[in-house]
Design a protein around this ligand. Sequence first.
Ligand code: TRH
Length: 371
Amino acid sequence: MARLSFDIFCRVVDNFGDIGVCWRLARQLKALQPNSAVRLWVDDLYSFSRIAHEINAQAAQQSVHGIEIVHWTHLAPRLQPHSVVIEAFACDPPAAFIDAMVQQNSLWINLEYLSAENWVESCHMLPSAQANGLRKYFFFPGFTTATGGLLLEPDLLSRRDQWLSNTDRHNELLQAIGVPASHIQRLQQGARQVFLFCYASAPAQSLLDTLKQQASPSLLIVPSGVYPALLNQSDDLVYIHEMPFVGQDAFDHLLWSSDLNFVRGEDSLVRALWAGRPLVWQIYSQDADAHMIKLQAWLEQSPYAPGVQQLMRAWNVGNQAELSLHLHNALQTENWAAWQSDSNNWCTKLAENPDLAYSLLEFCTQQQRSG
Ligand code: TRH
């Protein structure tokens, strides 16, 4: 493929998903073309630094892993656009930058949010006519080959399996996030590791109560600030551990090594899918419950048993009783084994699709060739 250079614009609307996706995309584009420039413009370096500890939250410009990072403020320097400009989630690059893109004849990509809805396939790669003559296209991530796919490093699943084959690494990770040795030992004796990354509206109390009804004990790991109301409720059956935010790589390791992952938004969903283990997804809430349509579309593409699908709906609508019922059922031996194998199979199947960074690079290369 011809070498392309990239600008990625990221506005942190809320939480960590916007920068989480953009940072992974920047790193993957750089890995695909190590000798090409990748520049990431981001308006909130503090949020960025919480999920990538190597980021200096005070620096107007910095280079990390070979990627140039620019703090996107009104004081940002005027720089020449690269051959491809990706605006993440319709975040609107500055007008002066767009004028410079016209001079450079840059290709303009609007990278959209992830959705499993059918209409995505027909909108993926559609042009968006621009009065200034720039070539602009919509690019949709997705779960089928008719979309741009999901972000996946080519060697991720083999790195995952290698990491998991060494139990010392798992123990070191738990130590690093402050899990007491006695609880690490309980995991070695068969306790279940559950990771909880959710929004405040989730029926997490019901999750905890249900875990406490199970025969085997659990270690429930909750990132700092995510669900403070649970933290003082540890007992012999469930030990609740509040962990500090870790970098994205360690975040992946936590997902790989947990028996059950509760994830939210966009990026942690995709990363939990690559763990190939049971997950419960809380979708980012939208007006007029539009998110429930998206959740349903995703469930319909999934291989999950009806009980697991009911569990996910209950988690998303905040129904404590239904959540408890379906989670309890899903944790029983046969259902649990089916959920584990469905998760692993779906991971393998999704990994066969072209990944998002590669698809994007291929699409941009074709567009550049055709002028
Ligand atoms: O933080 P989120 O809720 O982000 C959301 C969603 O992306 C949503 O779709 C979007 O519309 C909204 O933002 C504006 O969830 P998400 O997408 O899972 O992003 C979390 C990121 O934080 C992900 O990249 C993983 C990372 N992370 C770490 O790297 N370390 C950590 O310790 C934690 C807790 C998260």
